[in-house]
Ligand binder design. Structure first.
Ligand code: NAP
Length: 253
């Protein structure tokens, strides 16, 4: 990591939460810890184990999006910390998983069990995070609730087809986030809700699909995390409900 991001749009102190300690989630947590903007940073993984390079200040919690009670436990833990919750980033997702899940190339590859699992993790999971954590966002101070979506979830941008479950689950996630932004506009008006595209990033999720990606377009997790946090830092109230790429450009629905 080179430059430290100040994240100066956030008030000093309070709490940041990153859900998911995969490639991008771990890099986000490292960058957020380095900023020293927040008093506390909570990072979740299914195992509850910290990633190898986790900053000592990071507080690990275990959470499985397929088990809503683990999300309730996280919300109860956060309430008990008695710090204003200023930033939540959901950095979870699946594209492939062992022999059970791999992106569909054609209709014959479709299975209802794969669709159900991918939607449960990619779309329902972040919505359940919003259900339990959004009520903890401060009503009058700026806060951000973001989830990592994917450009391939854009219907307007879909020219290749395929990847049915992943694309459609991200489109559903985008719609869920839009709904959350509208509801929070009434209930927690200072909160900003957004979907983010991280670029093509060198992580376990993308590794089987990197062959055709030009070297310059394959980001390190740290580079993507830094660009995403710059976007998050620059978000204003008018951006709530939007879908933005790593460079801040809006993505069509
Ligand atoms: N890499 C890319 O090129 C790319 C491009 C566009 C969008 N994205 C999106 O970026 C996000 C992060 O992906 P990544 O590239 O960092 O992939 P990754 O390294 O594979 O990380 C995926 C994360 O999802 C978590 N996860 C999976 N199933 C879960 C469940 N049931 N409950 C809780 N957590 C679960 C994993 O948790 P465990 O650590 O517990 O397994 C891990 O933290 C995803 O939403 C992905 O769709 C990535």
């Amino acid at each position: 990591m080179q430059d430290v991001l100040p994240l100066s749009s956030f008030a000093d102190g309070g709490l940041a939460v990153v859900v998911g300690a995969g490639g991008i989630g771990s890099a986000l947590a490292t960058r957020i810890a380095a900023s020293r903007r927040f008093d506390k940073l909570v990072l979740t993984s299914r195992s509850g184990e910290p990633p190898p390079d986790a900053a000592p200040s990071v507080q690990m919690r275990s959470l499985d999006l397929l088990d809503e009670s683990s999300i309730e436990d996280l919300a109860a833990y956060i309430s008990g910390l008695d710090e204003p919750l200023r930033l939540v980033i959901c950095a979870t997702g699946i594209l492939h998983c062992g022999e059970d899940i791999s992106p569909e190339r054609r209709l014959e590859d479709i299975s209802s069990s794969q669709l159900a699992r991918v939607f449960a993790v990619n779309a329902f999971g972040p919505l359940l995070i919003a259900k339990h954590l959004a009520p903890l966002l401060p009503r009058r101070e700026r806060s951000v609730f973001a989830a990592i979506s994917a450009r391939v979830g854009s219907i307007g941008d879909n020219r290749l087809g395929g990847w049915y479950a992943y694309r459609a689950s991200k489109a559903a996630l985008n719609q869920f986030l839009r709904c959350v932004s509208i509801e929070l506009g009434r209930r927690v008006p200072a909160a900003i809700v957004t979907a983010l595209h991280p670029g093509t990033v060198d992580t376990a999720l993308s590794s089987p699909f990197q062959a055709g990606v030009p070297e310059k377009q394959l980001f390190s997790a740290d580079h993507s995390a830094a660009r995403l946090l710059e976007v998050v830092d620059g978000l204003g109230p008018e951006d709530s409900g939007g879908f933005f790429a790593w460079d801040g450009s809006p993505i069509p629905w």
